[in-house]
Design a protein around this ligand. Sequence first.
Ligand SMILES: Cc1ncc(COP(=O)(O)O)c(C=O)c1O
Length: 395
Amino acid sequence: MADAPVYDTAFHDPYGRWSAKWDLARANGEPDALALNIADLEFSTPEVVKVALRKAVEDGRYSYTELFPDFYEAARNWQQQHHDWTPEADLAVFFPRIILAVAALAKYELGEGAKVVTYTPAYEPIVEVLEANGCEMEYLPLEPGEGDVYPLDFETLEAALRDADAFLLTNPHNPTGKVFNQAELEGIARVVANCPQVLVLCDDIHADFVWDQNRYQPLAKVAPELFVAGRIIQFQSPGKTFSLAGAEAAVAFTGNAQIKARLEQIKRASGIHNPNYFAIPAAIAAWTQGSPWLAHIKALIRNNLEQGAEVLNAVPGVHTYVPQGTFLQWVHVPGYETEADFQKLSRAAGIRFSNGLGFGDHPGYLRLNAAISPEVYLPAIERLAEVLKDQGQTK
Ligand SMILES: Cc1ncc(COP(=O)(O)O)c(C=O)c1O
C-alpha cells in the first residue's frame, strides 16, 4: 500500500508576506499576538497547488490571461462532487473575488437607493461595499435559539423582501456558522417566489466547511426554477478552502443566459475581466486534486472547534458551540461591550480576534478563527479562557 501523504499543517513564521492579518498589525504598531481574526487559513496550500503555481512562476511570462472551459468545468465538477449540485459550466462567470462581484452588481445592476436585506450579525466588508455603492441595508436579526441553532422567521423575511431589490444570503453563515437546512432553504425560496423583484445573492464561500450531520446545499439546488429564471446568483470560491484568498479566483453560477451576459458586462465595466496570472492554475489544481488535503485539514479544524468550545464553555458566563459550518467560533462573552474591553482582553491573552462590534454592532461576542494548527490553537484558547476567568472575577 502506498504511504499516506504527509501534509504540512504546522504553523510557520507568518510575517514578511504582506499579510493583511499579520504584517499589517505589526506595521500599525500593534504588539505581536496570535492572530485568530481574519478568516483565512493558516495552513500551507496543498502541494498539488504549489506544483501548479511553481510551473506558472517558472515560465516567467506573467501575461494577460483569459478564461477557458477548464476553469468552469473544474468549478462545476467541484460542486457536483462535493455538494451534489451540477450547475451549467457554460453559464458560470469568473470573478476575482466575491466582494468584487457584489460591488459590480451594486454599482451597475442594483443602483443608488436599492434596498438590500441581509441577516445580522454579518460579514461587514461586503455590507460596506453595498453601502458605499448607494444601497440601503435592512438587517434581520439572527438570534440564537435552543441548542445553538438560529431559527428563521419567514414572516419577517417576507415583510422585508416585499419592497427590496436584493437579498444577500450567506450560507454557511459568517460569523454564527449557521448552515441553512433543506426546510429553511425551501422557506426562503417560497418567500423569494412571492417577491418577484428580488435578486438573491448567495455568498457560499464557506460551503466546504460543514460539520457532522449538517449538510450544505446551495439555494439554487433547492429552488432550481428560481435559479433558471435568473433570480439567484450563487457565489463559490476556492479562496478560503485552499488557502488561496490572495490568489483571487471566484465564480458566479447562474442558471440563466441573460444574467450570465449581464454579469460578463458588469465585470468588463469594472475592468476586472482578466484573471490574475496565478489565479486560474491555482484554482484548477485545487478543485481537481485538492480533496484529500481538504479532508485532512478539516479533521484538524473540527477538533479545534470542539476542544475550543469545551475549554471556553468551562468559563463561567462564557458560551460557544461547535458551529454547523465554517471554521469560525462565535463566542458569547457577556460584559465585553466596547473596543476598550475587547482590547484589554486581547492584550492580556496575546490573541487577536474579531469582536462583535465589527459584525454590525454585536457587543458581548467575539469570533475566533480555528483554521490553524491545533498545537497553536488549543494553548491559545486555554490562555484566552484563563484571562476570561480572571477578568470575569474583577469585572
Ligand atoms: C462570508 C464571506 N464572504 C466573502 C468573503 C470574502 O470573499 P472574497 O475574497 O472572494 O471577496 C469572506 C471573507 O472573509 C467571507 O467570510
